[in-house]
Design a binder for this molecule. Structure first.
Ligand SMILES: [Fe+2]
Length: 248
């Protein structure tokens, strides 16, 4: 089945959706990427579309080839990151005694505060988002409501980039930098999170995340985390971030 999504907010680039009982595949016409999502409802007429992050306990199908983010993220790093680290978090999550995988991952991470669940479940959750927060020929700037929110909070987009980059650079050891939206006051802010701790998803909606574990950059950049962060801006998928920002 194919639907015209051109009238949907935040989805200017997404014109075809293919729906089956388990997943929705949305095609981004500017990048020719496909997304598989099941977390957010957008209703239009008698159709309901779901966008957001894949939250079944299966690895998200990588919406581009391992080498698609070259030269900024090298193919070998992408392959190992996806097939070993990401798959590893999911496999290890499933092995945790008593883990309730009938819960959606966001609910599981909020309810089950055991360290193993936070580590493995957080790793699975964070990376599922991260893959979608990047795309070939990405970069540039966000548009619309997200850009306005960034300018309100940080002054300019460039100032935001600088602050986010500094947060990523300053994260001691392994962890992430995040741009998040508070679910209550709707304000956006930058967070540093250690290890694989999800970005306080009891109170926040993640908009943009940057993995600064060494496994994300060491093969190409060795210890030069700052360089990796600088190049990351060339692959940001702002359309996905805009869709995340629109979540309530
Ligand atoms: Fe990672």
């Amino acid at each position: 089945m194919s639907y015209d999504l051109s009238k949907l907010p935040h989805l200017d680039n997404y014109v075809d959706a293919y729906i089956d009982t388990k997943a929705i595949e949305i095609h981004d016409t500017t990048s020719n990427l496909a997304y598989f999502d099941n977390s957010k409802k957008i209703e239009t007429g008698d159709l309901t579309f779901l966008i957001g992050e894949s939250m079944s306990y299966e690895p998200l199908k990588l919406p581009y080839a391992y080498d698609a983010l070259e030269p900024y993220i090298d193919a070998k790093t992408m392959e190992i990151h996806y097939t070993k680290h990401y798959q590893g978090y999911l496999d290890n999550l499933k092995k945790i005694e008593g883990v309730d995988l009938t819960l959606p991952i966001e609910e599981l991470l909020i309810k089950d505060t055991r360290t193993a669940v936070q580590n493995q479940g957080g790793g699975f959750y964070n990376h599922t988002l991260f893959w979608q927060m990047m795309k070939p020929k990405g970069g540039g700037m966000p548009k619309g409501a997200l850009l306005k929110a960034i300018e309100n909070e940080f002054g300019t987009f460039e100032e935001f980039k600088e602050k986010f980059s500094k947060a990523a650079l300053a994260q001691f050891g392994s962890g992430w930098a995040w741009l998040v939206k508070n679910k209550v006051d709707k304000k956006i802010s930058i967070l540093q999170m250690p290890n694989q701790n999800a970005p306080r998803i009891d109170i926040n909606i993640p908009i943009l995340g940057l993995d600064v574990w060494e496994h994300a950059y060491y093969l190409k950049y060795q210890n030069r985390r700052a360089e990796y962060i600088k190049e990351f801006w060339n692959v940001v998928n702002w359309e996905f971030c805009e869709a995340q920002y629109s979540r309530q």
